[in-house]
Design a protein around this ligand. Structure first.
Ligand SMILES: N[C@@H](CCC(=O)N[C@@H](CS)C(=O)NCC(=O)O)C(=O)O
Length: 207
């Protein structure tokens, strides 16, 4: 199977999962500003991650893809398991990350998509507004991590990979992450992980 990715994007989440689960995964770097026809045929929204199975089936949406990877090897225990409340917790934080956290970053990186006035002042106004929103949601994640190094259940889950891919974007606002010491500890712990290191290397080399 092949994953379309872009360096620095949320496509890092399934790349980390593939390392943790030792899944055979080809990767192909895409230019999000000038997506190829072949890529758009697999994902008309031109977004990463996009996964293409060996039979040609195209799969999109980061939550669905990381869940798919985790389900390929349930014995690795990267999902919530059967406990009802554990499942609720994992899905709740997954929804917060992709529903509340990721979208304002999309607007911060590409403000022109969110206003019809493309003057410098208007684009700056969009970025300023979404930065405030990012900071508010970030506080929730900072409290959730608490004194630990995981997002939910006090152990490594697929959500650590998804959260890492998104939380590293905070360095655009505060390089030293000083306002968020728990998130800084989480990112540091992830960056010490051999699977994360390998995924980051693949992002760099595209191989
Ligand atoms: N809802 C999608 C969002 C994916 C998304 O927006 N990915 C970003 C990179 S982090 C992207 O490809 N942006 C390019 C674009 O939207 O044109 C998902 O969860 O996979």
């Amino acid at each position: 199977m092949k994953l379309y990715f872009s360096p620095g994007a949320c496509s890092l989440a399934p790349m980390i999962l593939a390392e943790w689960l030792e899944l055979p995964l080809e990767v192909e770097r895409v230019n999000l500003r000038a997506p190829s026809e072949a890529f758009l045929a697999d994902n008309p929204l031109g977004a990463v991650p996009t996964l293409v199975l060996d039979d040609g089936t195209a799969m999109t949406q980061v939550d669905a893809i990381v869940q798919y990877f985790s389900d390929l090897k349930p014995e690795a225990g990267l999902d919530a398991g059967d406990d009802l409340m554990d499942r609720f917790e994992l899905h709740r934080w997954q929804a917060l990350l992709t529903g509340d956290y990721h979208p304002p970053f999309g607007a911060w990186f590409g403000p022109a998509r969110y206003t019809t006035d493309h003057s410098e002042a208007s684009l700056k106004a969009v970025k300023d507004a979404v930065e405030q929103r990012v900071r508010n949601v970030t506080k929730q994640i900072e409290n959730q991590i608490g004194s630990g190094t995981h997002i939910v259940l006090g152990r490594r889950t697929l959500l650590d990979a998804a959260a890492y891919a998104m939380l590293r974007w905070l360095r655009n606002f505060e390089k030293d992450l000083a306002p968020w010491p728990n998130i800084a500890r989480f990112l540091h712990a992830m960056e010490e992980d051999s699977g994360v290191k390998a995924a980051l290397e693949r992002e760099k080399t595209g191989a």
